[in-house]
Design a protein around this ligand. Structure first.
Ligand code: CP
Length: 325
């Protein structure tokens, strides 16, 4: 029997660990799924495999799209919700995960409020671990799907000026986006109140500003972020009304964007705070629901690459394309 090849991406713990080539490879696979699979056509790359969604925090988009991605690859999913589990009786993260592992799944997708918990699990278990968001650290599949959406709408990421607007300091989405977009050749500018910017933006190799008006006319992409109140020990802005007035993506501010610029938001949206409802719904300039759709394709690519790299290579060869980027 042919030996199963190990993936070049054994886990997906952080975008910071991905090379440019690995990012391009995952985006290429997602693109191929979008062009070669018609409608909800499935592909048996996870047939016989079970993926557990181990979520200790709430989620609408990430958990649902991982579940749909597994089904599109003909695998089985099991959704674990900490609120109805024995975590409520004091069981630890590692004990919970080891007990899940004992039931024989092939991969764990984890979301947890503690930064670094996916790394901890990757060391404690013998299973591939995919980070679906860990505290304010990273959300790598969100970064990948945002890059995929930018590529889809603007042709390429390289050379684009991407403004991330809002609560950067507490945002795992911002961190993953910065790593991925920079590796793909974009210039990233973070903008928000000084209390919500990282203490040393230059360490992340991004530009920064405190008011959006000067950068909006130059931006190809604006990624608006929610204020992450759940990760702030105390409110770090005077009020949401004041935040909205100065930093919210209002209709007036959005009118400063050049023709062809696109607006992203990872969701969930707090309408009327970080983004005006009319701006959020202003398709095709607003690509927020395209991001959600693309999340399935990108997560299919990540799952196939991690759980069945041989099968993925075989399918790509059949489709007349190579696995390498
Ligand atoms: N973007 C995102 O992570 O959304 P959910 O919290 O709904 O998964």
């Amino acid at each position: 029997m042919a030996k199963q090849q190990s993936s070049t991406i054994p886990h997906l713990l952080a975008a910071s660990e991905l090379t440019k080539e690995q990012i391009q490879g995952l985006l290429k696979t997602a693109k191929l799924f979008s062009t070669r699979l018609k409608g909800n056509q499935t592909l048996p790359l996870l047939k016989g495999k079970t993926v557990v969604n181990l979520f200790f925090e709430n989620s609408t988009r990430t958990r649902t799209s991982f579940e749909i991605a597994v089904r599109r690859l003909e695998g089985g999913t099991l959704n674990f919700a900490s609120t109805t589990s024995s975590v409520q009786k004091g069981e630890t993260l590692i004990d919970t995960a080891k007990n899940i592992q004992a039931m024989g799944p092939h991969c764990i997708v984890v979301r947890h409020s503690s930064a670094g918990s996916p790394v901890t699990l990757s060391k404690a278990l013998n299973l591939p671990i995919i980070n679906a968001g860990d505290g304010f650290h990273e959300h790598p599949t969100q970064g990948l799907l945002d890059a995929f959406t930018i590529q889809e709408k603007l042709g390429e990421v390289a050379g684009k000026r991407v403004m991330i607007l809002g609560d950067i300091a507490h945002s795992r989405v911002a961190r993953s986006n910065i790593h991925i977009l920079r590796k793909l050749g974009a210039t990233v500018v973070v903008c928000g109140p000084p209390s919500l910017l990282p203490p040393h933006p230059e360490a992340l190799q991004v530009e920064h500003c405190y008011r959006p008006e000067s950068i909006l006319p130059q931006a190809d992409v604006v990624i608006a972020l929610r204020i992450q109140l759940e990760r702030q020990n105390s409110m770090q802005i005077p009020s949401l009304a004041e935040y909205s007035k100065i930093w919210g993506l209002s209709r007036e501010r959005a009118s400063l964007l050049k023709k062809g610029a696109i607006i992203l938001h990872p969701g969930p949206i707090n309408r009327g705070i970080e983004i005006d409802p009319d701006v959020a719904d202003d398709e095709p300039r607003s690509v927020i629901l395209d991001q959600v759709h693309n999340g399935i394709l990108v997560r299919m690519a990540v799952l196939a690459e991690i759980c069945n790299p041989d099968g993925l290579t075989h399918w790509m060869n059949q489709e007349g394309t190579s696995h390498a980027s």
